[in-house]
Design a protein around this ligand. Structure first.
Ligand code: ZN
Length: 255
C-alpha cells in the first residue's frame, strides 16, 4: 500500500505540477490541507486537486479563504491574501472548500493511520517542537502513524517510552529532485509531516512532499522528496495579481 502525501499546496500551481510530475505510483492520495491561500492560482489548484480525488483534510486557510472563519488570527499579509482568494475563487470551489472535513480523519484504506492538518488534538495547533509532540502522543485513542501539515516544515517526530526523536530529512542543496528514505521502527509511534508543496519554510525553496509505503503489518517507510519548480513564474503571478511582494520573496528563500 502506497500513500502519496501532499500538504500546504497554498495555490501554488507550478510547485504542485512539479511534484505530481515526479511522484511515484501510489494507491491512495492524501492531502493534509491548506489547498489555497498565499499564492496566486487558487482556482487552478482547486480544479486539479478535486480532479485527482483522494482524501482532503481542511486547513485553516481553507476555512478562512472560504469564509468559514474570520481573519482575526491571520497576520496582515495572510489576511490580504485570504481576502483576495475569497473574491477570486469560483462559487463552486468556495462550496467545495467549505465542505472539507475537519481532522483527525482515519484512512479507511490503511488501518492504523490518521490524518490531521495541525495536530491530533487541535486542527490549528503548530507541531513545532518535542514538547508539543509529546503532549499529542500522550492523547489517548490516536493512531500509531499520524500525518500532519500546517508548519510547512518537512520531517516530524518519533515517540517511544515517553521520549521523542525529531525527524529531519537531510538533502543536498541545489536544483535537483532529491529523496530521503526513512524506515519506521517497530514499537515507535510517529507524527510525519510531508512538508509544504507550495510555501516551504525550512530554508529549502524546493517543493516538498512524501510517500508512505507499507507491506503487511510491518511499520513501513516514509520517503521525503524535494522538487525544484519554476518559482520565478509563481512569483510573477503573485506580483501580477497585486498580492504582497513578501509572498513572492519568501518563495525564493524557502522561508
Ligand atoms: Zn499552511
Amino acid at each position: 500500500m502506497r500513500l502519496l502525501l501532499l500538504s500546504d499546496i497554498h495555490a501554488n500551481l507550478e510547485a504542485m505540477e512539479a511534484c505530481l510530475a515526479v511522484a511515484p505510483a501510489h494507491d491512495v492520495l492524501v492531502n493534509l490541507g491548506d489547498v489555497v491561500g498565499y499564492n496566486a492560482s487558487p482556482n487552478e489548484v482547486c480544479e486539479r486537486v478535486r480532479a485527482m480525488g483522494g482524501t482532503v483534510v481542511r486547513g485553516n486557510h481553507d476555512r478562512a479563504c472560504s469564509g468559514l472563519t474570520d481573519l482575526d488570527e491571520f497576520n496582515l499579509v495572510a489576511a490580504i491574501s485570504a481576502r483576495w482568494t475569497q473574491t477570486t475563487l469560483t462559487s463552486e470551489h468556495l462550496d467545495w472548500l467549505r465542505s472539507l472535513p475537519q481532522g483527525p480523519l482515519r484512512n479507511n484504506n490503511v488501518a492504523g493511520l490518521e490524518l490531521v492538518h495541525g495536530s491530533p488534538r487541535d486542527e490549528d495547533e503548530y507541531l513545532l517542537n518535542a514538547s508539543t509532540a509529546v503532549a499529542n502522543f500522550r492523547m489517548p485513542g490516536h493512531a500509531d502513524v499520524i500525518f500532519f501539515g500546517h508548519t510547512h516544515l518537512q520531517g516530524g517526530f518519533a515517540y517511544k517510552d515517553g521520549r521523542v526523536r525529531v525527524l529531519t530529512p537531510i538533502f543536498p542543496t541545489g536544483e535537483d529532485v532529491v529523496e530521503y528514505a526513512m524506515p519506521l521502527l517497530p514499537g515507535e509511534r510517529y507524527l510525519i509531516n510531508p512538508g509544504s508543496v507550495g510555501q516551504p519554510r525550512d530554508g529549502d525553496w524546493r517543493a516538498a512532499f512524501a510517500l508512505y509505503e507499507r507491506v503487511g503489518d510491518a511499520p513501513g517507510a516514509v520517503t521525503y522528496y524535494r522538487v525544484p519548480y519554476h518559482v520565478s513564474e509563481t512569483q510573477r503571478r503573485i506580483l501580477e495579481c497585486n498580492l504582497p511582494e513578501r509572498l513572492a520573496a519568501r518563495l525564493g528563500l524557502g522561508r
